[in-house]
Unconditional design. Structure first.
Length: 250
């Protein structure tokens, strides 16, 4: 049952987490939920979101060096590994969220307490230098960068991410419109109810990426809505100078 059960602390409203093993000690206030077979494939439903995006873009991550920004429980990281990624460096501003099975995984480095907005090659190398894993001496030019960020606009993070991307690399980022808009544009409960605002968000991110010499190859809605019911999107982009972007059939 462990692989198909998730929990969260109902008192503190923490994010959902998978039960790592049958004997896990959970808080008395824990709220439990059974997962269906599809949801149980990854440590969080984020894995299903990324799986759908990889299928939509034909982006192959096999053998690729990947960066997962906003790693959290590790749904995106899990998906990357199950699709053949050579390594995943994960970054999150929080602590202690990564699923234990991924924390023990030799191909994964988890960097905690770091804001993606300030990411740079020097800091990444320093954080990874002490990791006794196969990615300890990684090349900081990532071939694939994925991300699932909350409470910050991607326009503030992209200037830090683009320099970390390899020349033929690809960005595949989840877009949460409620964090790209002004507070007055978001309805009660953090729900974006005006569909016209989705186009505003898309254009703003397209302009931001163009200003960073990035070419948008795709913009599409996630097959799975956010946990709060909000519609979410993916943006797929590569450097404008790339002749054969990662994942594009040659």
């Amino acid at each position: 049952i462990a692989g198909g059960l998730r929990w969260r602390d109902a008192d503190s409203g923490n994010a959902w987490r998978s039960v790592a093993k049958n004997r896990d000690d959970l808080p008395e206030t824990a709220e439990l939920e059974l997962l269906d077979a599809a949801e149980a494939r990854y440590v969080s439903r984020g894995g299903l979101k990324l799986e759908g995006a990889l299928r939509q873009t034909y982006l192959s991550v096999t053998g690729k060096r990947c960066l997962d920004v906003g790693q959290s429980t590790g749904g995106f990281t899990d998906c990357l590994l199950q699709h053949g990624a050579a390594s995943v460096v994960g970054v999150d501003v929080g602590h202690g969220q990564l699923h234990p099975t991924l924390r023990r995984e030799a191909r994964v480095v988890c960097i905690e307490g770091v804001n993606a907005r300030t990411l740079n090659t020097t800091d990444l190398v320093a954080h990874c230098a002490d990791e006794e894993k196969v990615v300890a001496s990684f090349d900081a030019d990532f071939e694939v960068i994925v991300g699932d960020l909350s409470f910050i606009s991607l326009t503030l993070v992209l200037p830090a991410l683009v320099p970390l991307l390899a020349p033929q690399g690809a960005l595949l980022l989840l877009v949460k419109p409620q964090f790209e808009l002004q507070p007055g544009q978001v309805g009660k409960g953090g729900i974006v109810r005006d569909a016209a605002l989705y186009m505003v968000v898309e254009q703003r991110l397209r302009d931001c990426l163009a200003g960073l010499s990035m070419q948008v190859l795709g913009w599409f809605e996630s097959a799975i809505t956010g946990g709060d019911g909000n519609r979410e999107f993916f943006v797929y982009a590569t450097k404008s100078s790339a002749t054969n972007p990662a994942g594009t059939p040659s």
